[in-house]
Design a protein around this ligand. Structure first.
Ligand code: DGL
Length: 352
């Protein structure tokens, strides 16, 4: 009798269609962007209106996602991502935090505009304490366009977010078949589907609904982060702004930010974070007056080396290491909720 039962159990296990296995529960949190965009014709791949299509229509357009997981949708925002401010970022993070705390939720997909997807992904990487997959996804073409990239990006994102192998890997960005770490991915091309890249490479890839991993991030994130959205009160972060480096700059660009009340300035300098000799005195004075100065670079790849182009130890300045200016702004703003010490801030740039 016992032998018969175990043979039957084995037979059932082997032949049960995968759709009968317990599928993970994935919530798609929609915020807008091109993936929710619509153009006038199928040939409008770059001319369209972002943030038009509601989350249910996004999910219904890719019914195959229901084979991967039990998928439901939430409309958190409906906005083109260039218009997301710290207020919306904090609001979204609180919604994400609420969802990951729900034991019935196994993973999240966040559909988002590509313009500032890297910022939102990095912020969630820093402030959401969970090992559940949080996957940001967007598209470079609206769903109305020929060869729209959104549907397959969404399918891949649900596959990733429903995969137990994605747990604990940090907040992820799923674009153009590649899985990127939130902390080092950036939008490096502003009009093609292979828009997202990382100088340190993708973490993995998704092909036909299966995730293949090739590396993991070495930086603090999510459960290992000292930051937590639950510690942020109100709907604003300490004010930090970016100045873009070029030739023929004006000290007034920085003094105007001081007047606006910034607590730190990220300088997107030329080369390895260089500062013109006629701007240095202004930044030295601002630091002495309590404004943190963070040297980042307008150059996409590499990292800013401390005490190389500028004597950072002497001036009490911070280097952004390999973080681009827009991510340096967010880490500096979060850091300022905990410290005003430049040395402590510098360590955070090496650890996150
Ligand atoms: N308005 C841009 C945004 O929402 C469109 C870019 C996109 O989503 O691909 O980020």
């Amino acid at each position: 009798m016992k032998k018969t039962f175990s043979a039957l159990a084995l037979a059932l296990t082997v032949c049960l269609p995968s759709t009968l296995y317990a599928k993970n529960n994935v919530v798609v949190v929609a915020t807008g962007g091109t993936i929710a965009g619509a153009g006038a014709s199928a040939t409008n791949s770059a001319t369209y209106t972002a943030a038009k299509v509601p989350v249910d229509a996004l999910l219904n357009a890719v019914p195959q996602i229901q084979e991967l997981a039990n998928v439901s949708g939430v409309q958190a925002l409906q906005i083109a991502s260039e218009s997301i401010t710290d207020k919306e970022l904090i609001q979204l993070a609180r919604k994400v935090n609420e969802l990951v705390k729900d034991p019935k939720v196994n993973g999240l997909v966040i559909t988002h505009g590509t313009d500032t997807m890297e910022e939102t992904a990095f912020f969630l990487n820093l402030v959401i304490h969970t090992d559940k997959p949080i996957v940001l996804v967007g598209s470079m073409r609206p769903g109305t366009a020929l060869s729209a990239d959104g549907p397959l990006n969404l399918y891949n994102a649900v596959a990733l977010a429903s995969s137990d192998s994605a747990k604990g890997k940090g907040t992820l960005v799923m674009m153009n078949d590649n899985v990127y770490a939130a902390r080092d991915v950036a939008k490096t091309i502003n009009i093609h589907t292979n828009a997202f890249n990382s100088q340190w490479g993708a973490l993995g890839t998704v092909v036909e609904g299966k995730t293949y991993w090739f590396r993991t991030s070495t930086k603090l994130h999510n459960d290992s982060s000292a930051f937590n959205i639950e510690d942020i009160k109100g709907d604003a972060l300490p004010l930090v702004q970016i100045v873009y480096g070029s030739d023929n700059m004006l000290p007034e660009s920085y003094l105007a930010l001081q007047k606006a009340g910034v607590q730190a300035i990220v300088n997107a300098g030329t080369g390895n974070g260089s500062v013109p000799n006629y701007i240095v005195p202004t930044l030295v004075k601002l630091q002495q007056e309590g404004i943190q100065i963070v040297r980042s670079s307008r150059v996409a790849n590499g990292f800013v080396l401390r005490n190389a182009e500028q004597p950072d130890d002497k001036y009490g300045w911070v280097v952004a290491h390999d973080l681009n200016p827009q991510k340096a702004r967010l880490l500096t703003a979060l850091a300022l909720t905990k410290t005003k010490d430049a040395k402590t801030l510098q360590e955070m740039f090496y650890n996150y």
